[in-house]
Design a binder for this molecule. Sequence first.
Ligand code: FEC
Length: 293
Amino acid sequence: MKSAVVLMAYGSPERLSDVPAYYSDIRGGRPIAPEHLADLVERYRRLGIEDSSPLNAITEQTRAALEGELGLPVFTGMKHWTPRIADAAGSALASGADEIVGLVLAPHYSALSIAGYREQLERALARRAELRFVESWHDEPGFVELLADRVRGTDAHVVFTAHSLPARILESGDPYKEQLLETSSLVADAAGIREWSFSFQSESPTGEPWLGPDILDHLQRLHADGVRDVLVCPVGFVSDHLEIRWDLDVEARDKAAELGLHLERIEMPNADPAFVRTLARIVRRALSVPSPT
Ligand code: FEC
């Protein structure tokens, strides 16, 4: 069989003028309050996305490095921007692949996140190739070790974070929260960290309850408990993007400063060669090909 990889990420607008269409894609056509759109445009403006879009650039670096590591064609597909997942599927089929690994650059499964990537990919492939879709890699040893290396030796209280989701996911037995806590616990154990906790971040104004605690409230609680140094380890994301550079580096930092807390965050995995080797290992396993030891 001829194999290829479709490497999927959330996607990010390249220009401020892209933001309305991007936001509308995220909302799936549901209405957007003008003040929410204005607020999002302002966040992207202050991040300087007209000059560089970190998520898209890092995803391309990761794609190229993974292709080199695997010796297989790897195509990028974005959930909410271009190149779309359907474009990547088309390119993979055009390369002659009849076996395609679908890998999302998000380690934890939820019906409200990973399932959406899978649907887009399955629809585009329309059974023209065998799909080996990786549902979750939240306990992948290389990923756990990479994060453990970034928190090991700290004296700070480690706060693991991930994107929040509407709280209704818990009613359907969605594994998202459980997988997040499992990654956090594996990383803390591997690094010998005793003082740690978990909080969500990046809740969206959709008018329904989201999973908490949100990091901003959580920092307040930690401060009240006497914590003075915090190291944030975002386990639910793998690269620098709006939710990292704005929600943590601006909002959470501002909140910490207001409280008199010292807050740092780990470097994201981005296209770190050790991370790319871990992704390659996941792909090889999906293809039932042994990895070099
Ligand atoms: O850097 C960038 O330009 C993009 C950063 C970005 C990432 C990301 C990851 C996740 N999201 C997840 C769930 C939701 C749900 C909604 C939602 C809304 C937004 C909005 C922006 C946004 N998300 Fe996102 N997300 C990123 C960006 N996300 C912008 C819209 C405005 C706002 O909320 O500020 C609510 C949708 C709705 O309204 O119905 C739900 C999850 C992840 C992590 C997994 C993944 O990466 O796929 C889950 C990166």
